[in-house]
Design a protein around this ligand. Structure first.
Ligand SMILES: Cc1cc2nc3c(=O)[nH]c(=O)nc-3n(C[C@H](O)[C@H](O)[C@H](O)COP(=O)(O)OP(=O)(O)OC[C@H]3O[C@@H](n4cnc5c(N)ncnc54)[C@H](O)[C@@H]3O)c2cc1C
Length: 157
C-alpha cells in the first residue's frame, strides 16, 4: 500500500492546485484522476475549449460582414470547422500536458483511476483496466467537482 501525507481525489482546477501546492510545501502527495487527462472539466471540456471556439467564432463573425466590413476590410471567409476543432483540441492538449509537467516538477504522483473512500485515511482506486490499488493518507482532499444528475446516471463524463 502506498502511503502519502495528502491524497487529492480529482484532478480539476480545485484538485490539481491543491496537489501542486502540497508538493511545493514538501508533502508527499498523490492526485487521483479518473479521466484520461488532468485539468478536469475546465481544461478538458469547459472553460478552455469553449473560449477557444468562442474566440474563433467571433473572428469569423467579424470577418463575415461585422466589424471587418465597417473598418473597410472586405473578405469572404470560409468556415473550416475541422481546423477550428483541431486548434481547440491542440490548445486543450497543451494545457492538460502543462498540468502533467507541473505534477512532475512538484513531485505529485498522478494515480490514474476512480477513487473512493475506503475507511479512515484510505482511498481505493479502480483503474480503467479494473485493477485496484489502495492508498493510505494522513489527509484526504475531495475535489471531485460536480456533474448533472442525468449525465451521472448515463455514465457520461
Ligand atoms: C462549458 C463550460 C464552460 C465553463 N467556463 C468557465 C469559465 O469561463 N470560467 C470559469 O471560472 N469557470 C467556467 N466553467 C466552470 C469550471 O469548469 C468549473 O468551475 C471547474 O472546472 C470546477 O473545478 P473542480 O476542480 O471543482 O471540478 P472539475 O473541473 O469538475 O474537476 C473534478 C475532476 O475530478 C474527477 N473526478 C470526479 N470524481 C472522481 C473520483 N471518484 N475519482 C477520481 N477522479 C474523480 C473528474 O473526472 C474531474 O476531472 C465552465 C464550465 C463549463 C461546463
Amino acid at each position: 500500500m502506498s502511503v502519502y501525507d495528502v491524497v487529492v481525489i480529482g484532478g480539476g482546477p480545485g484538485g490539481y492546485n491543491a496537489a501542486i501546492r502540497a508538493g511545493q510545501l514538501g508533502l508527499k502527495v498523490a492526485c487521483v484522476e479518473g479521466r484520461e487527462t488532468l485539468g478536469g472539466t475546465c481544461l478538458n471540456v469547459g472553460c478552455m475549449p469553449s473560449k477557444a471556439l468562442l474566440h474563433a467564432s467571433e473572428l469569423y463573425e467579424s470577418a463575415l460582414g461585422g466589424e471587418f466590413a465597417s473598418l473597410g476590410i472586405e473578405v469572404k471567409p470560409q468556415l473550416n470547422l475541422a481546423q477550428m476543432m483541431k486548434q481547440k483540441d491542440e490548445s486543450v492538449a497543451a494545457l492538460t500536458k502543462g498540468v502533467e509537467f507541473l505534477f512532475r516538477k512538484n513531485k505529485v504522483d498522478w494515480i490514474k483511476g476512480w477513487g473512493r473512500l475506503d475507511g479512515a485515511g484510505r482511498v481505493r482506486v479502480t483503474a480503467a483496466d479494473g485493477s485496484e490499488a489502495e492508498l493510505q493518507a494522513k489527509h484526504i482532499v475531495i475535489a471531485t467537482g460536480s456533474e448533472p444528475t442525468a449525465a451521472a446516471r448515463n455514465g457520461y463524463r
